[in-house]
Design a protein around this ligand. Structure first.
Ligand code: BDP
Length: 714
């Protein structure tokens, strides 16, 4: 990353240098390696006097990273050495010429061990892995421990990722735009690849490797066939070469009709031998250029994309045909379960399950089905997807959306850690109590070895990568929780805040508190009590619960909330759409009854009268309004908390967050007022005492339009 700017502020009259003020623009992410003063800095220096390591491509990166981190935090650059001394960092993998100081058994290809111990009679810290990539992960972990204040003289850590595939999905188009991207254009400069490989690619790899992310799907799931042409394969290969020493593999999204579009085949029927042969030849061509190519991601028969169903074949037929093409090379196919059809009148929340559940057991062993965290679409809150726990014979991978299409896009501070955690900890009850979603996707529930988790990236060419400083935390949290799905959102927020701002508890504590409440605040001011999908058409920016005239029923917010004079909510119980019946029977039973449904999901599963009593004793109507009020108030509180941090945060990043919180507050109020104005027009009820009337009449909200909202596919 670029050298930081140190600007010495000279008091002009006295000509006395004050301490350096660091200008920061967020480019360095959580890898700032800012100076750590006092005892904390001294202990880092004492435990990193020299670095002893061989010099493979990945170990060279590990050494460099340690030097950079230690140099930055302490001001003293540790020397590279062949000799072990007191305070050395000893990097060891299977290639090590010295005897291994710690066992690497069970660490797998990615894991690491870090241990304070005596080697050759000297107290050192060993960072070991079975592979050089494992050591690299260990080096980043040691830096994280050092920069978050761990006691470096008694380390004994062994860590292996619980999930095998930890991938970013870029919804990046070949023309440089990013679908649902709010951080500027794509970082892939397809036009100038493979000849020009700018420094951002390496910085991208560093950031991901520091979290243990080990793969990246380069192009949008709404794919163009062109990314499979020789020219684009060469471009992808250039990126793969850069990412390889960081332990990151490249994958591609494919368009189902590529054989027809690129080579004039008559069909894309997966059972047509000519089609299968085309894909096999294509896979061979890709692997020639990218020997460790990861495999394909497929969006088929979804939102207008072609797929095997166009030929009356199943998703399994399609996935297995592609799987056979990559299998000889060790590749995999990630087949998305995000499907719903325009001619299917069934509850949209049920359609993926209906399509995929019957296919359980029919997928090839190098296919993994990629399932969004909820059954509709990355809403501020959704109950976990009913497919988790329902396909025991099929490996399922999680798809989260890191980019915040529905959670305030680039400007709202809505930390996604709590959302990730809530879903991972949800109990499917599929095999009795404790059958959490985390255990489904880490393979432990059903004994699957192919495991994965994907996050739709929030990365673009914005200087701060993610459209805002706080959005970086979502990338960070995704990576950390992909490695260890048992990490809490709060622990991850602490690490991130310490590295991103300062390890000073007076900084970390209030920032973590802001982050931890922020997602619930967004749920409150957007879609409380289980409401969903009531945002503006297409761009999904801002409230539009009134929209009812779009061609397909499930495009309309009124389809989702079903508010009328009597009540509100989508009846998904056994007497309604029976989406509850897609969950394990013990859970379905709970969800069929509003009293045993978690209140946060109430209106997702139930259509209830406005006078229904919430747990608090207030009516549903009053409670709904109070949630909206609380959401706005929570944002105001974040503004106050942030203002108090001004002395501790560098000016540029402080100002960005301050400005974005002001936008968030204005928009939270807009969400609240627009939703209340609309729901009141339907319910005809007075607002509870103390709740302010919306600032404008309903028509004013309806009249707002946002033709240039970002991230929206045109
Ligand atoms: C929705 C997005 C759309 C994506 C689609 C998908 O609005 O842009 O193409 O999901 O996941 O969230 O395929």
């Amino acid at each position: 990353m670029v050298p930081r700017l140190f600007c010495w502020m000279i008091a002009s009259t006295m000509l006395v240098a004050t301490p350096p003020v660091m200008a920061e623009d967020g480019y360095d992410l959580w890898l700032r390696d800012a100076r750590i003063e006092g005892a904390a800095g001294q202990q880092i220096a004492a435990h990193a006097r020299t670095i002893v390591s061989l010099n493979s491509p990945s170990l060279a990166i590990a050494r460099q990273e340690l030097q950079r981190g230690i140099g930055g935090t302490t001001g003293a650059l540790p020397a590279l050495s062949d000799m072990i001394q007191q305070g050395s960092l000893l990097l060891q993998s299977a290639t090590s010429t010295r005897a291994m100081a710690v066992s690497t058994e069970g660490l797998g290809p990615d894991g690491y061990a870090i241990r304070s111990m005596n080697v050759e009679g000297k107290p050192v810290t060993v960072i070991a892995g079975a592979t050089d990539i494992g050591v690299l992960h260990g080096a980043y972990a040691w830096l994280r421990l050092a920069e978050t204040g761990a006691a470096l003289d008694r380390l004994d850590v062994r860590s292996t990722p619980r999930i095998g595939l930890r991938l970013l999905n870029h919804w990046d188009n070949l023309d440089g735009t990013v679908e649902r991207g709010y951080a500027g254009q794509s970082i892939w400069d397809w036009w100038r690849l493979p000849d020009y490989k700018g420094p951002r690619y390496t910085d991208y790899a560093r950031a991901n490797a520091s979290l243990g992310i080990n793969g990246t799907v380069l192009n949008n799931v709404n794919a163009k066939a062109d990314s499979l042409t020789a020219a684009y394969i060469a471009k992808a290969a250039a990126l793969a070469d850069l990412f390889r020493p960081y332990g990151i593999k490249v994958y591609l999204s494919v368009k189902w009709t590529a054989p027809m579009e690129l080579d004039g085949l008559k069909s894309a029927d997966p059972l047509d031998p000519a089609v299968a042969a085309w894909w096999k030849t294509k896979a061979d061509e890709i692997y020639k250029a990218i020997p460790d190519f990861g495999g394909f991601l497929v969006k088929a028969n979804s939102e207008g994309q072609p797929g095997p169903q166009d030929y009356k074949r199943t998703h399994a037929d399609g996935a297995n045909m592609l799987a056979a093409a990559v299998k000889p090379h060790g590749g995999i196919v990630m087949w998305r379960a995000f499907v719903y059809a325009h001619d299917n009148p069934d509850d949209r929340a049920k359609q993926a399950y209906s399509d995929f559940k019957p296919l359980d057991g029919q997928f090839a062993d190098n296919v993994i089905v990629q399932v969004k965290n909820g059954a509709i679409d990355f809403q501020p809150r959704e109950p976990f997807h009913p497919l988790f726990g329902a396909m025991p014979k099929t490996p399922l991978m999680m798809e989260y959306q890191i980019t915040k299409e529905y959670l305030g896009q680039s400007t709202h501070l809505t930390y996604l850690g709590p959302l990730f955690e809530e879903v991972l900890k949800s109990d499917t009850l599929a095999r009795g109590k404790g059958s959490t979603v985390a255990k489904v996707i880490d393979g432990s529930l059903e004994g699957h070895r192919l495991t994965g988790i994907a996050g739709v990236a929030n990365i673009g060419v914005d200087r701060d990568w993610s459209g805002s400083i706080f959005n970086q935390a979502d990338w960070y949290a995704f990576g950390r929780m992909a490695w260890d799905p048992d990490l809490t959102a709060e622990a991850v927020a602490r690490e991130w805040a310490a590295q991103t701002f300062s390890p000073d508890p007076k900084v970390v504590a209030p920032i973590v508190a802001m982050m931890m409440g922020s997602r619930e605040a967004a749920v409150d001011y957007m879609t409380p009590l289980g409401l969903a999908h009531i945002m503006g058409t297409g761009h999904h920016y801002g409230p539009a619960p009134w929209v009812s005239e779009l061609a397909r029923p499930e495009w309309n917010p009124v389809y989702y909330h079903k508010a009328d004079r009597q009540g509100i909510g989508f009846d998904r119980t056994k007497t309604g759409s029976n989406a509850t019946g897609q969950y394990a029977p013990a859970l379905a039973k709970l969800l069929d009854n509003p009293k045993t449904t978690p209140e946060r999901d109430l209106l997702w599963f139930h259509h209830l009268p406005w006078d229904y009593r919430l747990a608090s004793g207030e009516t549903l109507w009053d409670g709904l309004i109070h949630h909206y009020d609380r959401g706005v108030e929570a944002v105001a509180a974040m503004q106050r908390d942030w203002a108090a941090l001004k002395p501790q945060v560098d000016a540029e990043r402080f100002a960005q967050v301050e400005a974005f919180l002001a936008i968030q507050h204005r928009e939270a109020l807009w969400w609240r007022d627009a939703c209340i104005a609309y729901f009141q027009s339907v319910s005809g009820r007075p607002l509870p005492a103390g709740s302010a009337a919306p600032a404008h009449p309903l028509d004013w909200y309806k009249a707002q339009s946002f033709p240039y909202a970002p991230g929206h596919p045109k």
